[in-house]
Design a protein around this ligand. Structure first.
Ligand SMILES: Cc1ncc(COP(=O)(O)O)c(C=O)c1O
Length: 375
């Protein structure tokens, strides 16, 4: 029997192969492989899609975060509030600019920052308030940006949204990445809008920030060969931009297909005992379908059983960031973020991609059920 992978990028390529091949060939024939028309046009089209005036492309989601933090002049001695339940890049870039990450626990229902706990932290922070808040729209689920922005505005703290897993997600009809001072996107191939290599972008409505990001991503140059500060080299190449332009045209319909896959999982899995299904809301774009197993389930055994049966799964993420060896120096201990710690023990991501067939989902259910009901 055919296996059911966690995701299948080749199927997506085949579905738009002609358009993509054409776009790549055009770039190859153009002789312009860095910058140029396709990059500028993608930036304009992506900014239009998001409803921000500006989009500055760069080499990755990681660079996007680094550049955004630098653009706000965040550095040594500064604190940035974020979640301990995310991919390391979010927190790593806070450290990379020399600042200190400060964690707030998640809401286990949404996997996103717990905004009551964030409010309590800000109330307690006094004059030494954080320099930025860096929320993550994890697994494609938008955070409540109305509450977050109101809180951030009360305290006068800028927000950088990590939208790496949530391209196309909306909160109350508005695109994520358009609420904060800047929104950071990743075009890593597994993302909802994925390139055929690395890529990233920062969206902003502020022309001054956009200008500063452009300087920082081009070696700190304010004009050619004239450098006013230390920057980096971070480019989205022309080929990736051309690919992303094609794929942007399909993003909403692919996200809609992801929603249908998620709805069908909900329907299939709801009767199973002891499973905690991911909570839905309009605007969720389902980069991952991550459920929580019951406390008594043996996740490792389940995963290897599913693996033997050809069903791909993944644990995003097994270790909370406050418990990572690299963050030992921050002085957190086990028990500091109980929701994150519990979720890391229980979470499991099932196959999720727009082209996943109902019949494949039914087979996932069949195997899961055998393990969960008759282990
Ligand atoms: C939440 C989050 N932030 C940042 C990144 C970094 O993006 P990239 O891999 O493009 O550097 C990722 C990538 O997996 C991510 O999931």
């Amino acid at each position: 029997m055919n296996s059911i992978p966690l995701l299948d990028l080749a199927q997506q390529y085949q579905s738009v192969q002609h358009e993509l091949d054409q776009a790549v060939l055009e770039v190859m024939a153009s002789g312009r492989y860095i910058g140029g028309e396709s990059v500028m046009t993608f930036e304009r089209e992506f900014a239009e899609y998001l409803g921000t005036n500006h989009c500055v492309s760069c080499n990755s989601g990681t660079d996007a975060l680094f550049l955004a933090l630098r653009a706000l002049e965040i550095g040594p001695g500064d604190q940035v509030v974020t979640t301990p339940f995310t991919f390391i890049a979010t927190v790593e870039m806070i450290s990379a600019v020399g600042a200190t990450p400060v964690f707030v626990d998640i809401d286990p229902e949404t996997f996103n920052l717990d905004l009551d706990q964030l409010a309590a932290l800000l109330r307690a922070s006094g004059p030494a308030k954080p320099k930025a808040i860096l929320p993550v729209h994890l697994f494609g689920r938008p955070l409540d940006m109305t509450t977050l922005m109101a809180l951030a505005q009360d305290y006068g703290i800028p927000v950088i949204e990590d939208c790496a897993q949530a391209t196309g997600a909306t909160w109350e009809g508005r695109q994520v990445g358009s609420f904060g001072a800047m929104g950071c996107f990743s075009f890593f191939p597994t993302k909802n809008l994925g390139a055929f290599g690395d890529g990233g972008a920062i969206a902003t409505t502020d022309p001054k920030l956009a200008q500063r990001l452009r300087v920082l991503k081009e070696h700190g140059a304010t004009r050619r060969y004239y450098h006013e500060e230390i920057g980096i080299n971070s480019r989205l190449d022309a080929m990736q931009a051309a690919i992303l332009r094609v794929k942007l045209g399909h993003l909403d319909s692919w996200n809609q297909q992801r929603r249908q896959v998620a709805d069908y999982y909900h329907q299939l899995l709801a009767p199973l005992p002891n499973l905690h299904l991911p909570s839905d809301l309009p605007g969720h774009v389902w980069n991952q379908y991550s459920l929580r197993l019951g406390a008594t389930h043996d996740r490792d055994r389940l995963r290897s059983r599913l693996q033997e049966l050809g069903v791909g799964t993944m644990v995003y993420y097994p270790t909370p960031l406050h418990s990572q060896p690299v963050y030992r120096h921050l002085g957190y201990s086990e028990g500091d973020f109980p929701a994150t710690e519990a979720v890391c023990r229980q979470v499991l991501s099932l196959p999720m991609f727009p082209e996943l067939k109902r019949e494949q989902q039914e087979r996932v259910l069949y195997h899961l059920k055998q393990f969960l009901v008759e282990p």
